[in-house]
Design a protein around this ligand. Sequence first.
Ligand SMILES: [Zn+2]
Length: 113
Amino acid sequence: MAIISCPSCDKNISSQSDVCPHCGFQRDEVAEERLRELRRRKLRDRVYQLKMASYAALTLLIGAFGWYLAATGGFQYRASAGPYILFTVGAAFYLVIRVYLYKFKAALRKLNT
Ligand SMILES: [Zn+2]
């Protein structure tokens, strides 16, 4: 008897049981394949949303730069803290998105193999 993870809820179950005791998932080939396809589609949606969010973050960075230029009038005066804050927030936002994007893409690759 081996321990495997339930394809539906990822909890450990016995390879001998046909029904997951945690979520009630019925284990059979068709259901598992359908579930894999569903997960694949969900992950693809998440990757798409994250890409859109990363473009939004880049827009923030460009906006911060434009604000900086507008505020300093071509680098003549020191800008207020506004553009720096916006830039920091945008950069942090972007980095977090990239980390999630990497994770979801890795999960998607695992599902596809
Ligand atoms: Zn389960």
